[in-house]
Design a protein around this ligand. Structure first.
Ligand code: PAN
Ligand code: ZN
Length: 189
């Protein structure tokens, strides 16, 4: 393989020459939001775009790196800020580097023993996610997009099952216009 490059647009998060674009609407990730909502409200939110990502994906060969930008739109679902689904890596020894380029929010991380850590993110902040820590990014600014770059082993894989069923230990909600972590009522069930 030859070296190659792409250009990241720091204003809108888009990347040239990407291999994969994903758009996540509310209907793609209903179960990841844990605050209670009636069926009717859920039905009205179905087409709402929560985030999108542009991935430079290299073959799943040991040693290759893939990376992507993610743009999380501003907003909340019953108080829970817009966020990524969040996942563990299937290949759990895979670490990841996150670099925030626009907006502000939080990265939350949780390991298999249930230890939970949150870290505020602002442009220029780079966060090392060690192996075996599940991770999610949350946009806590209801007026602006949150844009970040993530770099990971191409064979990392994404395991969403635990987060979809139980979620992270804590939820980030908007209370009186300010972000606040609360216990996730779904976590102990
Ligand atoms: C990131 C995420 C991306 C979308 O590239 O995959 O931000 O989030 P979800 O995959 O949780 O929907 C990453 O962590 N890759 O490993
Ligand atoms: Zn990851």
């Amino acid at each position: 393989m030859q070296p190659f490059y792409s250009l990241v647009n720091f204003s809108n998060g888009k990347v040239t020459d990407y291999h994969n674009k994903a758009i996540r609407k509310y209907k793609d990730m209903e179960n990841f939001f844990k605050m209670y909502l009636t069926k009717d409200i859920k039905a009205n939110l179905k087409e709402k775009t929560i985030y999108e990502s542009y991935e430079i994906r290299l073959p799943k060969k040991n040693g290759n790196l893939s990376w992507c930008t993610t743009i999380i739109y501003p907003g909340d679902i019953a108080g829970e800020y817009f966020m990524t689904k969040g996942h563990f890596h299937k290949n759990d020894i895979s670490a990841e580097l996150y670099l925030c380029i626009q907006g502000e929010g939080y990265i939350i991380m949780q390991n298999h023993e249930g230890k939970f850590i949150d870290c505020k993110i602002v442009p220029g902040k780079a966060i090392s996610v060690p192996p075996e820590w599940g991770h999610r990014v949350i946009n806590s600014d209801k007026n602006n997009k949150l844009i970040f770059v993530a770099v990971y082993a191409s064979d990392a894989g994404h395991d969403y099952a635990f987060i979809e069923e139980k979620g992270f230990k804590k939820l980030l909600i908007s209370e009186n216009g300010k972000p606040k972590f609360i216990d996730n009522p779904n976590y102990q069930k």
